[in-house]
Design a binder for this molecule. Structure first.
Ligand SMILES: C[S@@+](CC[C@H](N)C(=O)[O-])C[C@H]1O[C@@H](n2cnc3c(N)ncnc32)[C@H](O)[C@@H]1O
Length: 260
């Protein structure tokens, strides 16, 4: 039995947890920024869609979908999407939206794909989920489960924390990244547009070699690291100063792995 969000929601799960869990406040705050945060709106989501290419008619599994902001974008682009998240509250928010918008997305609460072995996907997506894996073994297990859920030509398209990011300790673009003394964890503090602290999330720091090793163990053959760009609309809305050095030392990166 796994406890999440204090006493708010309990998820049945006999397997050991793969990921660190958010506190309730962090989870609620995170759901609130998906529509407003510049890095999410103008980098992670549009670049995630760009890396996916044409998704018309594709079967997509969205891992760690949160409140479903990106999930809905894929469904609106013509994909048939199944999505899950370990946080019950996030899935509740996603389902409420689904009732309003009726995009045909199926959501469930889980920290593993938990789908029938016969149900295979063309693509798996995951936006900012892998840094939540507890350690290298959990990351490898996540990749193995993803690989299992994909068909033989399937691919994983993800956006994650950039292992090469350098500007730790500086507040920039509404964030501050701090690495733990032992180098194993990264804390990300989120600020609003006025510089007020909102919340923080601590994730595991994985190197590129860690990701590649996990993906190869899971049977992925070709692996690409993709630099991310800022959507033009973000430059217009936020102004170029906001994005100073963003693309040259980007906090996020695309990671695409193919099964064949
Ligand atoms: C940073 S949020 C990103 C949410 C969403 N992908 C987005 O970009 O809007 C990370 C999400 O991953 C979920 N998560 C972490 N580990 C997970 C796992 N092993 N399985 C499913 N969801 C997970 C968390 O509950 C959280 O909602």
């Amino acid at each position: 039995m796994t406890e999440q969000f204090g006493n708010q929601g309990m998820v049945e799960n006999k397997e050991p947890e793969l990921s660190r869990q958010y506190g309730e406040r962090t989870s609620v705050e995170y759901a609130q920024i998906t529509e407003t945060d510049p890095s999410k709106r103008f980098v992670q989501y549009p670049e995630g869609l760009r890396l996916l290419g044409d998704v018309q008619g594709k079967r997509i599994l969205d891992i760690g979908c949160g409140n479903g902001e990106f999930t809905r974008m894929m469904a609106k682009s013509g994909a048939k999407v199944v999505a899950y998240d370990s946080a019950e509250k996030q899935i509740k928010l996603a389902q409420e939206k689904e009732i309003e918008e009726n995009l045909g997305i199926k959501y469930f609460v889980a920290d593993r794909p938990a789908i029938s072995p016969d149900e295979k996907f063309d693509i798996a997506t995951s936006i900012m989920v892998f840094p939540h894996a507890k350690d290298q073994a959990a990351l490898t297990e996540m990749f193995m489960q993803v690989s299992e859920a994909l068909n033989s030509e399937g691919k994983l398209v993800s956006v994650t924390t950039n292992p090469d990011f350098k500007r730790f300790g500086e507040i920039a673009h509404n964030r501050r990244f701090t690495k733990s003394d032992d180098g194993k964890n990264t804390k990300v503090e989120f600020f609003d547009g006025l510089g007020n602290f909102k919340f923080d999330v601590t994730g595991t720091f994985f190197t590129k070699a860690d990701y590649e090793q996990a993906a190869r163990k899971a049977g992925f053959k070709s692996i690409e690291w993709q630099p991310l760009s800022i959507d033009q609309k973000g430059i217009e809305e936020m102004g170029p100063e906001f994005w100073d050095e963003y693309e040259t030392d980007c906090p996020y990166v695309g990671f695409v792995a193919h099964k064949e």
